[in-house]
Design a binder for this molecule. Structure first.
Ligand SMILES: Nc1ncnc2c1ncn2[C@@H]1O[C@H](COP(=O)(O)OP(=O)(O)O)[C@@H](O)[C@H]1O
Ligand SMILES: [Mg+2]
Length: 243
């Protein structure tokens, strides 16, 4: 069974159709790189997958949960689907440890000691074990983003969604975040990531999905599709991003 399945999804904001007939199947362990110009519907697609937006047509199923069902267990869904945005959204008044353990304590009832061990474990995964008691403003942007990733990992998600997580960072800090994503990819995490990092998509992506005007315009194996786009739109997009 596939882990994430979108079937003929339509999403509208009022009269504006933002996703049209979007179908995508993601298997466990796949790394899907989502590319496309600003406004093509990439963020909206991610937000629909973890139930942050309602859809008007079609169906989304994540790990057996029907996301568009009115009785959908949204809490259960969000435990399975981690999402990390461009802006890190850490709580400035909470330590790194408390930022990470807030949700596990509230949602899963983890006790403080176990929660702290959990924080240590996920910080190790992003290479920041020594920052357990730091506050967000004592960290670089790249480190804050790695904490945001660790916070998602603390819920032990089945799939991670990343929305341009390196776009607000300097090239140097981008590299350290990409290293974390690379380690997660190699560890077998299922990932759907919206990114302009074509090199990363080529090396670690199982597939690329190119969105254009709310549709999946082109989809294929990452390396071959990026080397030889099948549509003029993807070709234009790639030359704009790469130059
Ligand atoms: N909450 C919203 N209300 C109205 N329109 C929205 C909303 N969110 C996104 N849109 C519109 O949906 C389209 C796709 O947006 P988005 O998914 O953010 O694109 P991308 O992430 O590819 O840049 C854009 O035209 C955007 O203006
Ligand atoms: Mg976006």
């Amino acid at each position: 069974m596939s882990l994430v399945e979108l079937s003929r999804v339509t999403k509208r904001f009022g009269a504006l159709t933002v996703l049209e007939d979007v179908s995508l199947t993601v298997q466990k362990g796949e790394i899907i790189a989502v590319l496309g110009r600003s406004g093509s519907g990439k963020s909206t697609m991610l937000r629909c997958i973890n139930g942050l937006e309602r859809i008007q047509g079609g169906e989304i199923i994540v790990d057996g949960i029907k996301v568009n069902d009115p009785d959908c267990d949204l809490r259960g869904l969000r435990q399975r689907v981690g999402i990390v945005f461009q802006s890190f959204n850490l709580f400035p008044h909470l330590s790194v440890s408390d930022n990470i353990t807030l949700a596990p304590r509230v949602v899963k009832g983890a006790d403080p000691k176990a929660a702290r061990e959990l924080a240590r474990e996920v910080l190790r995964q992003v290479g920041l074990e020594d920052k357990l008691d730091a506050y967000p403003d004592q960290l670089s942007g790249g480190q804050q983003q790695r904490v945001a990733i660790a916070r998602s990992l603390a819920m032990h998600p089945k799939v991670m969604l990343f929305d341009e997580v390196t776009s607000a960072l300097d090239p140097e800090l981008t590299g350290e975040v990409l290293k974390v994503l690379e380690a997660m990819a190699k560890g077998g995490m299922t990932m759907i990531l919206v990114t302009h990092e074509i090199g990363f998509a080529r090396r670690f992506g199982s597939r690329v999905v190119f969105m254009h005007q709310g549709r999946i315009w082109e989809e294929g194996a990452a390396a071959s599709t990026l080397a030889k786009p099948g549509t003029r739109e993807l070709e234009t997009f790639l030359s704009a991003v790469l130059h």
